[in-house]
Design a protein around this ligand. Structure first.
Ligand SMILES: [Zn+2]
Ligand SMILES: [Zn+2]
Length: 292
């Protein structure tokens, strides 16, 4: 029998001014009240950094379940939802897309010890365009953010440009797909809000936080921001074409969560095309519950 632990959450600090931290009575979904569970044998990386997800082990796979509902307000919630807020067009530059957020049932199975495919990830592979390489991640949900929201890869359909999509993002740098799955492609304050709540950072501004971690991808690739997990500076000369390299993911307390793990850095100060990874470094990516 698995012992299920319920994560107790606290929230404080410099979240965007749209965040309301404790309003469970009116049905608002927050980092404080979103449901989460972590089986006793789940690695500390998940129990330490993730909220609003159910995590368990199945053999050598970490199984993460999420409903993909963001624990913060968004204009992409239906207007009847307690988490709905008015669209902010940020000086007229941003236009809301016609989609809206709905609950999903995503399950990711992430290998505890992923096996590298042996790729060297070059500029030729990272073209931000869908279906140009067999080594790309699939379309749709490929990873999970620290707050349970989906991570998509950084490609657009041929003829479209992922860089233009950002003008449809809400103030949390995310938007819903036509099948109502809310997701990120880029650095965002939502992941950093979890780190603020957990006491690892004091700001949700990407590029300025003491530690920047955004989530994990189906194959075991970890997505960080402008710092390593212990808050130290990224040695950018090491990075491949999608901001990735191999390294130990060690926290500020000296705990090594992953040794020699491929991870990417989404950091506009290093590369202005700071997106989620496009090319799958490790061999296995299993995601169920993905919409059409
Ligand atoms: Zn998208
Ligand atoms: Zn690194």
């Amino acid at each position: 029998m698995l012992l299920i632990l319920t994560l107790a959450c606290t929230t404080s600090g410099d979240v965007p001014d749209t965040a309301i931290t404790d309003s469970a009575s009116d049905g608002l979904r927050t980092l404080d009240n979103c449901a989460a569970s972590f089986a006793a044998d789940v690695p500390a990386f998940y129990t330490t950094y993730f909220r609003c997800v159910d995590v368990s082990m199945d053999g050598d796979e970490v199984v993460i379940g999420t409903n993909d509902l963001p624990p913060h307000p968004s204009s992409y919630y239906p207007e009847s939802d307690p988490n709905w807020e008015a669209w902010d067009d940020r000086g007229g530059e941003y236009t809301q897309n016609p989609n809206s957020i709905a609950s999903q049932a995503f399950v990711l199975r992430i290998p505890a010890a992923p096996v590298a495919k042996g790729l060297t990830i070059t500029d030729a592979l990272v073209d931000l365009t869908m279906m140009t390489s067999d080594e790309e991640y699939p379309a749709g949900t490929i990873g999970v953010a620290l707050d349970g929201v989906s991570l998509y890869n950084a490609t657009a359909a041929p003829g479209d440009d992922i860089r233009d999509e950002q003008y449809g993002f809400d103030v949390w740098e995310a938007h819903p797909s036509p099948d109502s799955a809310y997701h990120h492609h880029s650095p965002n304050p939502a992941g950093l809000a979890v780190l603020v709540a957990a006491g690892f950072a004091t700001t949700t501004a990407p590029g300025a936080a003491e530690v920047e971690l955004f989530g994990i991808i189906c194959d075991g690739t970890v997505v960080l921001g402008c710092t390593e997990l212990d808050g130290t500076e990224v040695v950018s000369a090491d990075l491949d074409a999608q901001g990735g390299h191999l390294g130990d993911l060690r926290d500020a307390d000296g705990t090594t969560h992953f040794a020699g793990r491929y991870h990417t850095h989404m950091c506009t100060a290093i590369d202005e095309d700071a997106f989620t990874p496009e090319i799958q470094y490790y061999g296995s990516c299993e995601v169920a519950g993905v919409g059409p």
